[in-house]
Write a protein that binds this ligand. Structure first.
Ligand SMILES: [Zn+2]
Length: 133
């Protein structure tokens, strides 16, 4: 699977990642194969340097907007400030196998993953190609 994103949006996310020692996070909006907007959200995790938790108020309002004709929520992004842009054990434990996009960035690089069903009800991440335009 290939998912399109503009260079501008990707650069906005990586700039956010570079600006913080904590994990940054937000929502990806658009279509499953075309990210057309991002919505940065506060990371409300108790330990934001190592985990992320999207501000629930932001999530609720984005889903409400989507239901009333706004852009669809197709996934989210977060950063790994000192790691590689691959899903961590914590990411896998928190993920739901719902087919949503997981964009993981460091300050320099980004990789896209899709959360799908794994063995025994677990979540398996499959990497998707990013078409940066
Ligand atoms: Zn992570």
């Amino acid at each position: 699977m290939t998912v399109a994103i503009s260079r501008l949006l990707l650069e906005q996310i990586m700039t956010l990642a570079r600006s913080s020692r904590d994990e940054i996070c937000g929502l990806l909006l658009g279509r499953p194969d075309d990210i057309t907007a991002i919505l940065p959200a506060d990371n409300v995790a108790p330990d934001p340097a190592r985990h992320f938790e999207l501000d629930p108020a932001r999530l609720l309002s984005a889903y409400r907007d989507a239901r009333t004709g706004g852009p669809q929520v197709v996934g989210h992004f977060h950063s790994h400030p000192s790691g590689r842009p691959v899903p961590s054990a914590t990411d896998a434990a928190c993920a739901v196998p719902d087919g949503r996009l997981w964009l993981i960035v460091t300050g320099e690089t980004a990789r896209l993953w899709i959360a799908g069903p794994g063995e025994g009800g677990a979540t398996a991440f499959v990497e998707a190609a990013l078409d940066v335009r």
